[in-house]
Design a binder for this molecule. Structure first.
Ligand SMILES: Nc1nc2c(ncn2[C@@H]2O[C@H](COP(=O)(O)OP(=O)(O)OP(=O)(O)O)[C@@H](O)[C@H]2O)c(=O)[nH]1
Ligand SMILES: [Mg+2]
Length: 446
């Protein structure tokens, strides 16, 4: 599989001025020669005609040749720039396959770049994150990972951990000797330094994961609470119908927001009540389905009904494990001020969807739920997988710390475990399953 030459359209499907077809592998050059009849000069754009196996002209366009290993994949790569639109590029790929290539799998070019050490795993993932990014902030974070900043931090941690292990393992050779005071101090200081860098890395990665994954939120509550008004207020335009008739909203209405670059999907739902009307009943059923899918619920109540009543309604309607924030709406009709408080371990926000008062508190709350703690220089794109691995590193280091200075051997073992978890990030240690999972989410041609 991995020795075959692969071909794919690298540009997005659809109509465009130019389409780019890529070819990578040991046969790429021979196939290009057969396609064009020319002997391409490396890194030089040449205009030529592309012909299929029967000698019919497919198109006239540019050819670029990047000899391996100095190419994206590390193999010989040919890029063909043709006129846009599906017909020409598809015909071209089919011809390349007639000449000995095969159609590339999703992400296969980048997989090859990874296997040929052109990129490590966090960088390969950053390629996909850059393509998929939904805000400039997210794109910048992905670019930082792609340029190797995340990998450098991980490498720095590995070096620190290796230093610690060397120090410990030197003592393990002399089992009868007690750790002297100077060494104890040095061990403690080094471990503290490694833990501090780890915490910084986790902070940056958590922010990056927030920019990438964001949060999905469902607005729910009784009819007329102001759910659709709140969606409109957050979206900044008149997305949902608002009337003073209870039971206005039937279909779930979704809006994609970008709050300071953090993607938040918000869905407005029908007011929950035992409805007689079959259309409204279907709306309630859909509302419950949306609640089941969302990461977090915003339960809206009318502030004039009081906090306890709203909390009781939320607890009665929402699943026991559904995380939610209580929103007391229509604060403009009450004597209270907008504000964010905690009540019985629950976040409560008083606001007015109508006037907008207090909505900025909700916006901050949503960003922090998504894991966004504000922009900082160390933000790079990261995924759940990275956060899980970093969490395992943290746990192993905590255990190592607990074993010091007495149980040196156990501490050394934990340090080794933390290094293994770190290696998973950059892909020094991976399984084929993990690679399959990561690269299959790429688009074809990347
Ligand atoms: N004064 C005041 N009125 C509000 C506020 N939010 C919503 N309203 C009014 O309350 C009524 C109901 O608002 P909607 O946004 O349609 O309420 P809803 O929860 O979506 O209602 P359903 O779709 O029927 O479940 C409308 O007349 C809104 O103008 C608010 O903060 N203050
Ligand atoms: Mg509504």
């Amino acid at each position: 599989m991995r020795s075959q030459t692969i071909a794919a359209v690298a540009t997005a499907p659809g109509v465009g001025a130019v389409a780019i077809v890529r070819l990578s592998g040991s046969e790429a050059l021979a196939i290009a020669k057969r396609l064009t009849g020319i002997d391409p000069v490396p890194r030089f754009a040449e205009i030529c005609s592309f012909r299929d196996a029967d000698g019919r002209q497919i198109d006239r366009g540019l050819l670029l040749y990047f000899p391996g290993p100095h190419s994206y994949t590390g193999e010989d790569v040919i890029e063909l720039h043709v006129h846009g639109g599906a017909v020409v590029s598809d015909w071209l790929v089919r011809t390349l396959c007639d000449f000995g290539a095969r159609a590339a799998e999703p992400g296969e070019f980048t997989l090859r770049a990874f296997l040929n050490d052109k990129l490590d795993l966090t960088q390969a993932e950053a390629v996909a994150d850059l393509i998929d990014s939904r805000s400039r902030r997210a794109a910048r974070a992905a670019l930082r990972s792609l340029s190797g900043r995340f990998s450098e931090e991980v490498a720095g941690l590995q070096t620190g951990l290796t230093g610690l292990r060397v120090l410990i393992e030197a003592w393990l050779d002399f089992p009868d000797e007690e750790l002297d005071l100077a060494t104890r101090h040095e061990l403690a200081a080094r471990l503290a330094a490694v833990r501090a860098s780890l915490e910084a890395l986790i902070t940056g990665a958590t922010r990056g994961a927030a920019l990438r994954d964001g949060l999905s939120v469902a607005i729910a509550g009784p009819p007329n609470a102001g759910k659709s008004s709140l969606l409109n207020r957050l979206a900044g335009h008149d997305a949902a119908i608002v009337t003073d008739i209870p039971g206005t909203t039937r279909d779930a209405l979704r809006e994609r927001l970008s709050l300071d670059g953090v993607p938040i999907d918000v869905v407005d739902t029908a007011g929950l009540r035992a409805a007689a009307d079959p259309v409204e009943r279907e709306g309630v059923r859909r509302a419950q389905r949306e609640l089941g899918r969302a990461d977090h619920a915003l339960w809206l109540g009318d502030i004039r009904d009081g906090l306890d009543a709203a909390l009781a309604a939320a607890s009665a309607e929402l699943a026991a494990d559904q995380p939610f924030t209580l929103i007391l709406n229509k604060v403009d009709l009450s004597a209270e001020e907008p504000g964010a408080i905690e009540h019985a371990g629950r976040d409560v926000i008083r606001l007015s969807a109508l006037t907008g008062a207090g909505v900025e508190l909700l916006v901050d709350h949503l960003k922090s739920l998504a894991g966004w703690a504000g922009e900082a220089a160390g933000t790079f794109s990261a995924r759940r997988r990275h956060l899980d691995a970093l969490e395992r590193v943290r746990e192993a280091l905590e255990r190592a710390e607990a074993h010091l200075p007495g149980a040196l051997e156990l501490a050394a073992e934990e340090l080794r475990a933390s290094q293994t978890a770190l290696s998973e990030l950059t892909g020094e240690i991976t399984s084929d399953d993990l690679l399959g999972e990561i690269f299959s989410s790429f688009c074809i041609g990347k």
